[in-house]
Design a protein around this ligand. Structure first.
Ligand code: MTE
Length: 384
């Protein structure tokens, strides 16, 4: 790989260490990348399989953190294998004062930040549009497992942008991945500067696994998972809105109740926030023995923490579920309740309410691409 330096400069100090930045021309692509044959690297046993994605089975999870081996994978192209030694991250754009390039070691020397946050694909629960609205949305038919909760450690994106110097006219920040097609999705400057937004290098205490973005990925809490760009190698800060595939034709709300923004070139409103949900740690359909059962589940919202979760069996009225500690603003919330399961077919439902008072609705308006489904789900349980 060619690597042509044009200038080398000191850009700041951090934790006593001198950080160096390499300024180089933007056509350079220094990192060694190889391609896997299969869409992902991890063992797919225990996942619900989709053509290019792996869905977590919530009934296989126990703790607060989703183990890396069980964390869902959403890939638009096969997982690339990237060498940390030659990795470079370029920060550029017309709203950046001094375009710069950081190596993996440069990033490791910056002050670290840790976030315990859930990450969810905007298409999670897409399959249930049919059940709730009678209409089938296009795209992967995820059930409830395109979500997970991890401890992400890295550098605040805002810190890196500060080093490069963000100009007053900055509007949008776009992160680009090194996978086929350079996956990217812009976010607002305010979101990029939010202290929760990370360039993560570690997941649950281990170096970022290949399928989740090694060596560096974005983690953008509250926004759809598509903003948490994996295999990150370029950040573009611009003085105007950036319109790309993933905020004009994908990850936009298209439907009668979602009029397109007349001032944008997008097909519908670009999604900028997830919504409140709760799901049970049960397979669908579920079979249980007649007994007093502890039923577990996960609730989450971009406006965390979750304030309460309620449950109901066979339409017998809402009752409060127990909240399982800890209660954290960006993490998902574990909950449980005791249910006397008697022989027969039953229907369990749960609904969550977040810190802002947002509660899951009975139904949601359809959108053609099947995003942000959060209507109260029904679980059919066969008790024998
Ligand atoms: N980043 C790149 N480079 N390529 C991708 O295909 N998929 C996005 C996002 N980041 C994607 C990406 C989507 S749609 C989601 S939901 C999350 O990654 C999923 O992250 P995970 O695979 O680590 O669970």
């Amino acid at each position: 790989m060619s690597h042509r330096l044009t200038r080398r400069s000191f850009i700041g100090t951090s934790a006593g260490a001198l950080i160096t930045a390499t300024s180089c021309s933007s056509e350079e692509q220094a990192a060694d990348v190889s391609q896997t044959e299969s869409p992902w690297v991890k063992d797919s046993n225990g996942f619900i399989l989709h053509p290019t994605n792996l869905e977590t089975r919530l009934d296989h999870l126990r703790g607060l953190l989703t183990p890396n081996e069980q964390f869902f994978v959403r890939n638009h192209a096969p997982t690339p294998l990237i060498a940390a030694e030659t990795y470079q991250l370029r920060i550029e754009g017309d709203a950046i004062n001094q375009p710069m390039t950081l190596t993996y070691d440069d990033l490791l020397r910056l002050p670290t930040a840790t976030n315990l946050a859930y990450l969810e694909c905007a298409g999670n629960w897409r399959k249930f549009f049919q059940e709730v609205t009678g209409q089938v949305a296009s795209g992967g038919q995820w059930e409830t497992g395109a979500v997970g909760c991890a401890m992400w450690t890295g550098v605040q994106l805002g810190h890196v942008l500060e080093l490069a110097g963000v100009l007053d006219n900055a509007v949008d920040v776009n992160l680009f991945g090194m996978d086929g097609g350079e996956f990217n999705r812009p976010m607002s400057l305010a979101t990029a500067l939010d202290s929760d937004t990370l360039l993560a290098m570690s997941m649950n205490g281990s170096p970022m696994p290949p399928d989740h973005g090694f060596p560096v990925r974005g983690v953008v809490p509250r926004w759809p998972g598509s903003n948490s760009v994996k295999w990150l190698n370029r950040i573009v800060v611009s003085s105007t809105r950036q319109w790309v595939k993933n905020n004009t034709t994908s990850y936009v709300l298209v439907g009668d109740q979602w009029p397109a923004d007349r001032h944008s070139p997008a097909d519908g409103m670009p999604i900028a926030a997830l919504n409140v949900k709760s799901a049970l740690a049960l397979p669908r359909p579920a079979a249980l023995h007649a007994a007093v059962q502890t039923i577990r589940g996960y609730a989450y919202s971009p406006e965390g923490p979750i304030r309460r979760v309620e449950w109901q069996a066979d339409d017998a009225g809402w009752q409060p579920a127990r909240i399982v500690e800890p209660v954290l603003p960006r993490a998902w919330q574990r909950f449980e309740f005791t249910w006397n399961a008697t022989t027969g077919t039953h229907r369990l439902r749960t609904r969550a309410t977040d810190a802002r008072g947002n509660m899951q609705p009975e139904t949601v308006p359809f959108n053609a691409k099947g995003y942000l489904m959060n209507a109260i789900l029904s679980y059919s349980i066969e008790v024998t």
